[in-house]
Design a protein around this ligand. Structure first.
Ligand code: PEP
Ligand code: MG
Length: 768
């Protein structure tokens, strides 16, 4: 909390006085709410009783309206004609400052403060001291509650806390439409409701148009004011011990029982949950008159306010953990784990959130979501992974987006250029409508060829598979007419879960995937974590070079129990069916044979226990580490197939970090060294008679895919949304002509052949 007066000495005893006062106040607020009068009258009475309880001459409530405008909605003490006529922008004046920083302000001499903004219509010049608190709901400031006194008064910490509690209750009521008619929260004509253009970071391309829906925390606090304080304390204790029990069970189960880093992080998590300070804060909040669920919300609000001031990434992570625990506790309070997100959604939703947890996107009907805009979020965030799988455009790291977009605002999200257009003008809307139409027409054209084979004009057949990680990808595999899944990133289900899935749960995931694939092959890649792929429940090692560090198969071979559990789950799930397993980041043959030996052990164990074996087992290796390319004849004696992971391979071939934006575009996949390297790989696989595919991002770009086909690739695995464009390319290509052309350019000293290959495509009518 940040207050600009010298705080009084901190008391060790419970804040009995503050708690009593806020309880009394809340009881009176509730009595007013129980009396059915109009919203304005209730508000007027509420500010009146707050003024009386706080012994202040003035109490005013400002409510935030669209366009970052705070409007005086009710006052006791200021001139009544100022109500609905006094406006302050967020950041303007002391009230605006409180809203902008989401923190209380207590000043014994307000008028001497640099931010004081005088509004003559209010008649406030006679009041010297001011104390204001933000009214926060779900981490968002939706208003400001202020008291003022004539004298130069010093406000006690307990008084500020009482105001915060009441403000939170008012925030719930305003948001629930009980105190303020929702129409009054609409934009104010002519007052700064201008179109806005915000920029962020592209996490997924595409265009989405719709109505803004602000993601609220999953739980709506139904009852804010406690009827029976003792009962609320008891409810909290019960939920708290249930939550502990669930955490204990989780720790005792599966992978956690074996120790290791993920256990350490869970221990840390559990320690926070056991932190007496956290529990004490919760009980204190109940003492102030709140229900147990409102107390959790209240403590979460404080935490978020503190979090915004912490820059240390480790501490922020821990605070996120507490926030997450708060959500867990809330779910235990609700008793069923069901979310209370019962909003009526518009048909086309642009979802606006600070960040989304693993499953929160699924709280909404994915069919309605047109785009996602995040205030935070990173390329590896859960929301990004899920949104990509659902093909929803995502722009992240849009500073202040929650402050600047209101529920109901029309929004256009251009994922390709990472821009968000809020309340766009007619012309902007029209140009995006046109772009969307063109895309829809394109999608229809792709749909029309989905059941046709990916055969070139001269009869070369190309197998196109999809890269997947979630069940929704499998649906898209069917929709696009792909042959199967060429890369199933098994770490994705691990990343979106709050805890390490045990064998049974893994088995279920893989079985569902195989069922969904309905006989089409799925190449399951074993856990590929470390580097940029972080499991939420796993400590991230501080490594000098994480991409070249302890990651992927290296972790799996050092933690064989974990790999064996995964292989066990795969073998069980594939009973009676074909099982394809692929090991990532293999650097030498011995790593592959060691991994394969574990697979064989699991197969033997499964049969010994009387389980039905898979009908056929194929184990393959990824080629991501250049050294492996020089051992291919030896590797292919053991490996049933090979798949090039070009994302990692490129970063190691060029010694160029794939995540460093300064290096993006510096080296080209379509360059003589890459093409001659890959040609060698094609030749080695052909000589050994083993299938070869490529599953990195480049397979999804038509010019790159065309070139790969030209040097001999016949299997490509790509993101589902690229199947249509790549198939169109294949069906307009003459592979023989391309081969001839490539022979003439592959030995040139150009640093990139991209423009030349584009030129070839244009000259030969290849659709790229
Ligand atoms: C790759 O490296 O090309 C690959 C497919 O693996 P990932 O992108 O999951 O690292
Ligand atoms: Mg890789």
């Amino acid at each position: 909390m940040s207050v600009e007066q010298t705080p009084g000495p901190r008391k060790n005893e419970p804040r009995a006085h503050g708690a009593q006062s806020s309880r009394r106040l809340l009881a009176r607020v509730r009595a007013i709410m129980a009396d059915p009068t109009g919203a304005q009258e209730s508000l007027d009475r509420i500010v009146g009783i707050i003024a009386a309880e706080m012994v202040a001459e003035v109490c005013s409530l400002y409510v935030r309206r669209a366009g970052d405008m705070l409007e005086l909605f009710a006052t006791q003490g200021l001139k009544s004609e100022a109500v609905h006529n006094t406006h302050l922008r967020v950041g303007e004046g002391l009230v605006g400052d409180i809203a902008a920083h989401a923190r209380p302000l207590a000043l014994s001499d307000a008028q001497s403060h640099a931010n004081f903004a005088y509004r003559p219509e209010t008649g406030e010049e006679i009041y010297h001291s001011l104390m204001g608190v933000p009214a926060i709901r779900g981490g968002r400031v939706i208003g400001v509650l202020v008291v003022q006194n004539r004298t130069q008064r010093h406000y006690e910490e307990e008084e500020i806390e009482t105001m915060e509690t009441v403000a939170m209750v008012l925030a719930e009521m305003v948001a629930g439409g009980e105190l303020v008619d929702r129409s009054e929260l609409a934009p104010i004509d002519g007052l700064g409701i201008k179109p806005l253009r915000l920029e962020g970071l592209r996490l997924n391309g595409g265009i989405g148009m719709g109505t803004a829906v602000i993601h609220q925390p999953a739980y709506r606090v139904e009852h804010v004011v406690a009827d029976d304080i003792a009962a609320e304390h008891e409810k909290l204790e019960t939920a708290y011990s249930e939550m502990h029990g669930a955490l204990e069970d989780m720790m005792a189960a599966g992978a956690f029982a074996e120790g290791g880093e993920h256990r350490d992080i869970m221990e840390a998590y559990r320690m926070i949950a056991s932190d007496a300070g956290w529990l004490e804060r919760l009980h204190e909040a109940i003492d102030s008159g709140l229900t147990a669920e409102a107390a959790v919300e209240r403590v979460q609000n404080d935490l978020r306010a503190r979090m915004s001031q912490v820059s240390d990434p480790y501490l922020r992570e821990r605070m996120h953990d507490i926030e997450d625990l708060g959500n867990r506790l809330m779910s235990h309070l609700h008793g069923d784990g069901a979310n209370g997100n019962g909003k009526v959604l518009p048909d086309h939703v642009v979802l606006i959130a600070r960040n989304l947890g693993p499953a929160q996107l699924f709280d909404y009907d994915p069919e309605r979501i047109r785009a996602l805009v995040l205030e935070e979020g990173s390329p590896t965030s859960h929301a990004a992974i899920v949104a990509r799988a659902l093909d929803i455009p995502v722009v992240a790291q849009v500073k202040g987006v929650l402050e600047r977009i209101e529920d109901g605002d029309p929004v256009i999200v251009d994922g390709d250029s990472a821009r968000v257009f809020v309340r766009p003008g007619e012309d902007v809307q029209q140009s995006f409508k046109d772009a969307l139409k063109a895309r829809t027409a394109q999608a229809r054209a792709y749909d029309a060829i989905k059941d046709l084979p990916a055969d070139s004009l001269d009869g070369v057949h190309i197998e196109l598979s999809v890269n997947a990680g979630l069940l929704v990808d499998l649906r898209r595999m069917h929709e696009t007419g792909a042959k199967g899944v060429g890369l199933f990133r098994t770490e994705v289900p691990f990343m979106i879960r709050p805890e390490f899935p045990e064998v049974k749960e893994q088995e279920k995931i893989y079985r569902e995937a195989l069922d969904e694939a309905a006989g089409k092959p799925i190449v399951f890649r074993t856990l590929d974590v470390g580097g940029d792929k972080v499991l939420p429940y796993w400590t991230k090692e501080d490594e000098e070079n994480p991409a070249m560090g302890w990651r992927s198969i290296r972790i799996s071979l050092d933690r064989p129990a974990m790999l064996r559990q995964q292989l066990r789950a795969l073998v069980r799930a594939a009973a009676g069916r074909e099982l394809w397993v692929m090991f990532p980041m293999i650097a030498d043959v011995s790593e592959f044979t060691a991994a394969r030996a574990l697979l064989d052990k699991e197969l033997a164990r499964h049969e010994k226990m009387g389980g039905e074996p898979p009908s056929h087992v194929l184990a393959g290796s990824m080629l991501e580490v250049p050294a492996l390319a020089f051992q291919l004849p030896a590797l292919l004696r053991h490996s049933d197939f090979l798949s090039v992971g070009s994302n990692d391979l490129m970063q190691f071939l060029f010694a160029s970090d794939r995540g460093n934006s300064r290096l993006a575009g510096r080296y080209d996949t379509l360059s003589p060294p890459v093409l001659s390297f890959l040609t060698g790989v094609v030749e080695a696989c052909n000589a050994a008679g083993k299938p070869l595919s490529l599953c990195g991002e480049m397979a999804g770009y038509p010019v790159d895919a065309m070139t790969l086909i030209g040097i001999g690739f016949r299997n490509l695995s790509l993101v589902p949304s690229s199947i249509g464009p790549v198939k169109s390319m294949v069906r307009s290509l003459n592979v023989g002509d391309l081969k001839q052309y490539l022979d003439t350019v592959v030995n040139l000293d150009d640093r990139s052949l991209r423009e030349k290959l584009r030129g070839f495509a244009q000259d030969h009518g290849v659709v790229i």
